[in-house]
Unconditional design. Structure first.
Length: 258
């Protein structure tokens, strides 16, 4: 089995693969204050509650956009499985050519998502990750990572609206019943959710036109993708475990045949 861990700004997602099967995935809050010992304990207990012995894993890999969380997590994983944990970064084999001005600037999560998307769909393709930030990434038929777009995630927008106004409340991020609303909560939901839908449709449309990729499938992942997927034509495929599949593939590309 392979232990895969993706550390995001808000959540950390962990998965355990047995061959081509994702046996279980677990989501916890990302917390830079957790020590190696705490993480080791939490990981073992969380998987045990799901009926899996994570210490039997033959290897592990972690990607992270939170530097202060990376080393403690990698060390905790190494303690659990007794082998060195791979950390996604420059120099790793991914199967992609990175055409960024400086490839080191591309977040590990964006590369891993692209690799994960290619395990499920044929290139060219567009990947939307609806996380703390909303990211758009493009891979062409030559397996080249062309670049992308980064915008504030809807959670950031919602929190800014609450923090910077005196009377507007925090709201649950759900689709309101209509566009024009007669109460404050649904009015805020409409502004947040429909603005993001409009953003996705505008950006995806222009990406396809600019790159002559009219037939490129659009794959969405991240916390809000499941909420939005049925309310926009911009999302064609929903892949909740995209990052975990990408990590598994990168692990296999960088591990000698056993």
């Amino acid at each position: 089995m392979i232990l895969t861990v993706d550390i995001g700004n808000t959540h950390t997602v962990m998965g355990l693969f047995d061959g081509e099967k994702l046996c279980v995935s677990i989501r916890i809050a990302s917390d830079a204050k957790r020590t190696e010992d705490e993480l080791e304990y939490y990981i073992e207990e969380l998987f045990a509650k799901k009926g899996f012995d994570v210490t039997s894993a033959e290897g592990g890999i972690v990607s992270s956009v939170v530097p202060n969380c990376t080393k403690p997590m990698a060390k905790a994983m190494e303690h659990l499985i007794g082998k060195k944990t791979l950390v996604v970064g420059p120099g790793m084999k991914t199967g992609l050519s990175i055409l960024y001005d400086d490839p080191k600037e591309v977040g590990a999560d964006r590369i891993v998502n692209a690799v994960g998307a290619l395990t499920r769909h044929k290139a060219p393709l567009i990947i939307i990750d609806l996380g703390t930030a909303t990211t758009y990434c493009v891979v062409n038929e030559k397996m080249q990572y062309l670049g992308g777009i980064i915008s504030p995630g809807i959670g950031i927008s919602s929190e800014a609206l609450f923090q910077r106004t005196a009377k507007l409340p925090r709201v649950e991020l759900t689709i309101p019943p209509k566009f024009l609303n007669t109460n404050t909560v649904d009015a805020i939901r409409a502004g947040l959710m429909f603005s993001l839908i409009g953003e996705m449709e505008y950006i995806v449309g222009h990406l396809k036109e600019e790159l002559s990729m009219e037939d490129a499938p659009v794959i969405a992942t991240g916390g809000l993708a499941n909420v939005l997927k049925d309310h926009t034509k911009a999302i064609e495929y929903y892949e909740p475990d995209l990052t975990l599949w990408g990590l598994k593939t990168i692990y296999e590309k960088n591990t000698p045949l056993r």
